[in-house]
Design a protein around this ligand. Structure first.
Ligand SMILES: Cc1cc2nc3c(=O)[nH]c(=O)nc-3n(C[C@H](O)[C@H](O)[C@H](O)COP(=O)(O)OP(=O)(O)OC[C@H]3O[C@@H](n4cnc5c(N)ncnc54)[C@H](O)[C@@H]3O)c2cc1C
Length: 556
């Protein structure tokens, strides 16, 4: 964090330099001393500091300045930094005005010019004030801040991106400006520069209005382009399966690049608590698992490109070539597809238009704080819905689970069912489904249909989290890689029909266990036909696949 600022303002250049010199001599190790030659310039500097979220501890301001007096400046500066100590620098003739200012303008102290020697006339008074300031000072948040509307899909996308890429950020909802002076001040500064929200403010003083994921990634130092155009192994998808393959591949000497569309961690990264992963008896969050795996992969030299999406694949002789969403291409000797599955959308009237405005898919972690003391509705009865319900129960007033089936037993692990039973603010409504969602600009109500009574009731709702199963998004592989009717990728023995190898297969061996119908293209994890759909199985498949990739490479 940057040191807190001491700001001195005086229109007399000589006096200003002298004050600055004396302040630096005594305080430079703990404070940043800044100077300005007029009230207007100083206010401009303060707005810049506010944008960066820097702390200001003290104003030391000359009273007699043209255009804006010291008292006038302090009146405006207080609005930006109400807790900074306020000191007027006055000539003897202005003593009366300075004393009046203590009463009328909330000045903490006044100092007479000249202040020599500073050890007697300057430092003791300022030391005292600064000690007082430090006693109640809480260091400001030292990271990006996002200013936006809670119900805006763009704001949601930015927050989700930061959270999933594990960038700590502070969320400032403009709708709280009336009751939160800090938000109001920042909103005023931002509005003078742009009308677009959300705005992301960085600690270097720069900001981005309504940034795309790529702009954010570049600003935050995430890599979206590869250093080389050709690798030994390209992995598409950064969930547990892709990350495991990346760690094993790179640790065994393969030049490996991993492409991830959203954020490393995949579905597991959205899990608030994974309790059945071996070696973590009290569970661990998906974000924690992802953070550890990414660090491990980077340590072995894996290049991670995110956000970056694979949109097509083709084969050119021994090369497997992936086309990326930005139009560039990456070639490799072997390609591993670990693209998992994506949440199925709620197919009811009104749901599409309210996505990100109260209707969310798998975003429990990002939104939980915003739902404090509200009622939250969760659609789904599988483990992902159960975990989300448990997570929300810590924040929300009431969590209502809308489950289509007659009980949770058929779709949820027993340990989660027990936890839900023991949590008084979770209500499970079985035999129900969402029939419609309503709202202008944000979710306001949902219609719930009860199978037993045949009745549909409309209830007020601000947040609806949907966990209704998932499907593989593999259309981009069409025509090259064989898939089943639902889009899952066929591998190994699933490709064999009546003992015959897949069409177009040229090698004198059967496809390896995780290999697709194209030699050298492999598929692991949830995207694979017949996969188990667990973190541990994804990790296992990703690791095993590397052994088969070595065997493939040794023969080409
Ligand atoms: C909320 C929740 C809780 C869960 N809890 C548990 C649990 O407690 N225990 C357990 O064992 N399992 C749990 N699971 C299941 C587990 O997370 C998955 O089985 C596992 O993540 C699958 O890993 P994967 O790597 O195959 O795919 P995914 O995790 O789905 O990762 C695939 C990745 O590929 C990326 N991708 C997709 N298409 C492209 C493309 N074209 N280009 C670039 N990137 C792409 C995606 O963005 C994603 O990050 C949970 C799942 C959810 C959603």
């Amino acid at each position: 964090m940057a040191k807190p600022v001491l700001l001195t303002v005086d229109d007399d250049a000589e006096v200003l330099r002298a004050v600055e010199r004396d302040l630096r001599r005594h305080y430079a190790d703990r404070y940043r001393v800044l100077r300005a030659e007029s009230g207007a310039t100083a206010l401009e500097a303060l707005r810049g500091l506010k944008k960066r979220n820097d702390a200001v501890s003290l104003f030391l301001v000359d009273q007699r300045m043209p255009h804006m007096t010291g008292v006038e400046f302090i009146g405006q500066a207080m609005d930006l930094y109400p807790n900074a100590k306020r000191v007027l620098l006055t000539a003897y003739a202005d003593t009366d005005a300075a004393i009046r200012a203590i009463n009328d303008a909330k000045i903490h102290h006044y100092l007479l010019k000249p202040w020599d020697p500073p050890e007697e006339h300057l430092y003791p008074a300022l030391d005292d004030l600064l000690e007082d300031w430090r006693a109640s000072f809480r260091p400001p948040f030292d990271g990006p801040r996002v200013l936006g509307h809670r119900w805006s899909p763009d704001s949601y996308a930015v927050r989700d991106f930061l959270a999933r890429n594990q960038v700590p950020y502070r969320w400032l909802d403009v709708e709280t400006a009336e009751r939160d002076a800090e938000v109001r001040r920042l909103a005023e500064i931002v509005r003078a520069e742009t009308t677009q929200l959300p705005v992301v403010l960085f600690t270097d003083g720069s900001s981005l209005a309504n940034p795309s994921a790529t702009q954010l990634a570049e600003k935050l130092g995430l890599r979206v382009r590869a250093e080389m155009a050709f690798h030994d192994l390209v992995i598409v998808g950064g969930g547990p399966a892709g990350l495991a393959a990346a760690v094993y591949g790179a640790s065994e000497g393969l030049r490996t690049v991993m492409i991830e569309r959203e954020a490393p961690g995949g579905q597991a990264g959205m899990s608030s608590r994974i309790e059945n992963y071996l070696g973590f008896p009290s569970g661990l969050s998906g974000a924690d698992l992802a953070r550890r795996a990414v660090a491990q992969a980077r340590r072995f030299g894996v290049e991670i490109l995110t956000p970056q999406q694979a949109v097509a694949v083709r084969v050119e002789g021994p090369s497997r070539i992936v086309k990326l969403a930005d139009g560039s291409e990456l070639g490799s000797k072997a390609l591993l597809i670990a693209t998992g599955v994506s949440y199925r959308k709620l197919d009811v009237p009104g749901a599409d238009g309210l996505q990100g405005r109260g209707v969310y898919y798998g975003s429990a972690m990002t939104e939980a704080m915003a739902c404090r003391d509200e009622d939250v509705y969760i659609v789904g009865g599988a483990n992902s819905a159960g975990q989300a319900a448990m997570y929300f129960s810590k924040y929300a007033r009431r969590v209502v689970m809308l489950v289509r089936g007659g009980s949770l037993a058929a779709s949820m692990s027993q340990y989660l069912i027990e936890q839900i039973k023991r949590t008084p603010n979770i209500h499970v409504e079985t035999g129900t489904r969402v029939a419609e969602v309503h709202g202008e600009g944000r979710l306001e109500a949902i219609s719930i249909h009860c199978a037993e009574s045949g009745q549909t009731d409309k209830v007020p709702a601000a947040s609806l989290f949907v966990f209704i199963g998932a499907e593989p998004l593999t259309d981009w592989l069409g025509g090259v890689v064989e898939r089943d009717q639902r889009g899952f990728i066929l591998t190994g023995s699933d490709l064999m029909h009546d003992g015959k190898r897949p069409q177009g297969w040229t090698l004198d061996r059967d496809p390896y266990l995780p290999e697709t119908n194209v030699p050298g293209i492999f598929a692991v994890g949830d995207v694979r036909h017949g996969s188990v759909k667990r973190v541990a199985s994804g990790v296992g498949e990703g690791s095993i696949a590397v052994q088969f990739i070595h065997q493939y490479l040794s023969a080409v």
